[in-house]
Design a protein around this ligand. Structure first.
Ligand SMILES: Cc1cc2nc3c(=O)[nH]c(=O)nc-3n(C[C@H](O)[C@H](O)[C@H](O)COP(=O)(O)OP(=O)(O)OC[C@H]3O[C@@H](n4cnc5c(N)ncnc54)[C@H](O)[C@@H]3O)c2cc1C
Length: 503
């Protein structure tokens, strides 16, 4: 693509979405492009978004960011999975990253495990997952397993301070040539027959012209929705939580390498330990819980004193009906929102950026490009939505909010997935599904949905052999975990932002 003038990409908004986008574009596009970002400190950012999934490591690595430096700069901790507490009566389980067990010949692990359960020789899934066992013991290691070749490496993600991450990326992007404009966008100018956006007018009578605009202005979607009129598809009948209160508390003594999501009568509460503080928040349905009740519940459940007043956030689950309209692509909260139960929003920013880079238009944008971008985004969002709905639907709690969740008809694909698991213990990963078979396995089993059958080949080993096989996997897992350093000690050694991380 040879242009006489540089191709001008304007990123509107400087939250996590805006700075991730600007950083990646400046890193991967050559000198024929100019990248400009506009943000308003007066408007500010949503200021939450502290838990990630392992794909974030690919994003940071792609930018050439040193992991230890990033962890120290963002007060981050490691995340090996999410513990779900109270989603079924009295139950707790973990959706841990990484493998669970080991396939036996061509037979997926869950079939051997289901047979083991039927014969009374299997332990809970947690015993066969390195991430799960390490998380519950507060331990962490990077790199290949040390004690047994057959064990996998532990994938991990991070909990970090979202504001510090945006600042870190801002430094990165500005150092590589992104131009930042501070100011409020007061008008979005459009031109010609196409109706394309031509410029953003800022307060102080400044104007930023561009060829392609990335809308990272948050929930309001200043370009995609307010200017171009793209509608919102509401998914709140499936995911009715519409409010959150977020509050930091003093650094936790229990410095866990996992997120905790604890269900309550009308939603759930998160707990995210960082190096300098713990992030907490309550997510709830305003039809079932008042703001005052939510605030007192949140504050009553902190494990250390609050460091600030709770901050209120309102949202609707759903997505834009188009993500790329005219010459505007919506990224981050401007493109839609699925609640933070599985920490997928920052990942969706990352995958949107990958798609933008792959389908990057020249000066003429084709309908086919836009359609392909939207097709891929829709596939990804639909699968994540289904995974989230599963947590809510498969509950046995007594409160009206949870009754209603059980009675809500499921999307077709999810209903089929559950039936297949119930009937024969099979889990099929579909195209564009962010979550692997073992992710679905942990949530299906963890939420108490029983499989009535398993693959017939799992019956081939003699009874004693299955017990031995499962026992060996559990023992190897426990032995590997036992030699791992403590999470806080690991951070202290490699990437501490401060000296006094609790041991
Ligand atoms: C309760 C809650 C919890 C969450 N937890 C997680 C989590 O654990 N993990 C995760 O991955 N994600 C989480 N998210 C999502 C995550 O916070 C967002 O995906 C992420 O912060 C990206 O936000 P954003 O950059 O799109 O929007 P914002 O942070 O809202 O940024 C919008 C930007 O646009 C600018 N802007 C807006 N209007 C104008 C204007 N007129 N002129 C100039 N600038 C303007 C603002 O100044 C700001 O810079 C959570 C979200 C919520 C609501």
């Amino acid at each position: 693509m040879a242009f006489e003038q540089p191709y001008r990409i304007v990123v509107a908004g400087g939250g996590t979405a805006g700075w991730m986008t600007a950083a990646a574009l400046v890193r991967f596009l050559g000198p024929g492009f100019s990248i400009v970002l506009v943000e308003s400190e007066a408007i500010g950012t949503v200021g939450v978004g502290e838990a990630t999934i392992p794909q974030i490591r690919l994003f940071n690595a792609g930018l050439g960011i040193d992991e230890n430096a990033f962890i120290a700069a963002t007060q981050a901790s490691f995340k090996l999975g999410i513990e779900f507490v109270g989603w079924t009566k009295g139950g707790r389980y973990m959706h841990a990253f990484g493998d669970v067990g080991r396939d036996n010949g061509g037979v997926a692990f869950q079939h051997s495990w289901l047979r083991g359960l039927a014969e009374g020789v299997a332990e809970p899934l947690a015993a066969y997952s390195l991430n799960n066992a390490a998380a519950l013991s507060n331990r962490m290691q990077r790199g290949p397993a040390r004690t047994a070749q057959m064990l996998p490496e532990m994938p991990y993600a991070f909990h970090f301070d979202a504001g510090l991450y945006a600042r870190f990326l801002r430094n990165y992007a500005e150092a590589r040539g992104v131009t930042r404009h501070e100011g409020k966008i007061v008008e979005v100018l459009r031109g010609g027959e196409s109706g394309d956006v031509t410029a953003l007018r800022l307060d102080g009578d400044r104007s930023i012209e561009g060829d392609l605009f990335i809308d990272c202005t948050g929930f309001r979607g200043l370009l995609i929705a307010e200017t171009l009129g793209v509608e919102f598809e509401d998914w709140s009948h499936w995911l009715p939580c519409d409010r959150a209160l977020a509050v930091p508390s003093a650094r936790a003594r229990d410095f866990t390498p996992y997120t905790r999501a604890t269900a309550h009568s009308a939603g759930w509460q998160w707990r995210i330990p960082l190096q300098h503080r713990t992030g907490n928040g309550i997510v709830y349905s305003s039809a079932h819980l008042s703001d005052d009740e939510a605030a007192s519940r949140l504050l009553a459940n902190l494990d250390e004193p609050a460091l600030a007043e709770p901050r209120a956030l309102r949202f609707t689950a759903g997505k834009r009906k188009a993500f790329w309209q005219a010459n505007v692509i919506a990224v981050g909260l401007a493109s839609g929102f699925l609640e933070p139960l599985e920490s997928t929003s920052i990942h969706l920013i990352q995958s949107a950026i990958e798609r933008i880079l792959k389908l990057l238009p020249g000066r003429r944008i084709s309908d086919a490009q836009r359609a392909e971008y939207d097709r891929q985004t829709n596939l990804e969002l639909d699968r994540i939505r289904d995974f989230l709905i599963l947590h809510y639907w498969a509950n046995d709690r007594d409160e009206p909010f949870w009754h209603a969740r059980r009675e809500t008809p499921l999307p077709e694909g999810l209903a089929h997935k559950i039936e297949l698991w119930r009937a024969c213990g099979q889990i099929v990963r579909e195209d564009a599904d962010l979550f692997s078979e073992v992710a679905w396995l942990q949530v299906l089993a963890g939420q108490g949905i029983a499989a009535e059958g398993y693959h017939p080949l799992a019956d081939q080993p003699a009874s004693g052999q299955i017990a031995e096989y499962l026992d060996l996997l559990a023992k190897l897992t426990a032995r590997e975990v036992a030699q791992m350093p403590d999470h806080a000690a690991f951070i202290r050694q490699h990437c501490a932002a401060r000296e006094d991380i609790a041991a």
